[in-house]
Design a protein around this ligand. Structure first.
Ligand code: ADP
Ligand code: MG
Length: 212
């Protein structure tokens, strides 16, 4: 089970992780984009951080909805609408919930992936965030079907996201700014797949932490 308290802790931790990885994500984007992914994600989640104190009384669905609105309104790059859609679909998938079961998590990830696909029209292997998110959602779903716990399902999801992120390195970018480079995008890890992995890894770390 992931409690609402853990969701709030996770978002707070994501703010810190994206701050710490701002330069790293921007360097990845400098190689195949316009060197702003770290700046974009940090700006978006700093806005989320400023709103977090007002969200403590809301349910998980409304917390995600607020995250979505803050990301869309504060990020200029394509990651704004994409992550905004991801959190909006996540919000819809967990309507009214104060805690998430492993099944809820799998449904949330599935809905989030579908949202990113509809918004960005990317296919798997186009070298985007989808290449981390989609395997993660699949792995989580399979783990839940196999009767795994929330923690185990999340561990599988994060392993799959990490592999998917690393597997973007040899790909030719087909979407977004990196696609302008064509074959020259080969050999570089996708920034959006990296931020997606970091966000999921942070959720796992939050759930692994003993309750305080
Ligand atoms: P911008 O490309 O506008 O500068 P960012 O640098 O913040 O925005 O984000 C770039 C990331 O967005 C890419 O690394 C990729 O993962 C993701 N991305 C770009 N276009 C798409 C798309 N159509 N579908 C899914 N993800 C995409
Ligand atoms: Mg960029």
């Amino acid at each position: 089970m992931v409690t609402k308290q853990q969701v709030l802790q996770w978002l707070q931790a994501v703010v810190v992780v994206l701050e710490q990885n701002k330069d790293y994500l921007t360097q990845l984007d400098a190689a195949i984009g316009d060197a702003d992914h770290g700046i974009n994600m940090n700006r978006g989640f700093q806005k989320v951080a400023s709103q977090l104190p007002t969200l403590v009384d809301k349910d998980i669905s409304n917390i995600f909805k607020a995250v979505s609105i803050n990301l869309i309104s504060s990020i200029g790059g394509s990651s704004g609408p994409l992550y905004g859609t991801l959190f909006l679909r996540a919000s819809t998938a967990v309507a009214g919930k104060q805690e998430l079961t492993a099944e809820d998590l799998a449904a949330l990830l599935r809905a989030a992936v579908e949202g990113v696909v509809q918004r960005g029209k990317a296919n798997l292997k186009d070298k985007t965030m989808l290449d981390a998110l989609s395997p993660a959602a699949d792995a989580c779903g399979q783990a839940v079907t196999a009767g795994c716990s929330t923690l185990e399902a999340l561990q599988q999801a994060v392993l799959a996201a990490e592999e998917g992120m690393k597997n973007t390195i040899p790909l030719v970018a087909k979407k977004g700014r990196a696609s302008y480079l064509g074959e020259r995008s080969i050999g570089h890890q996708d920034p959006g797949a990296t931020s997606s992995y970091l966000i999921l890894k942070t959720l796992l770390e939050t759930v692994e932490e003993p309750l305080t």
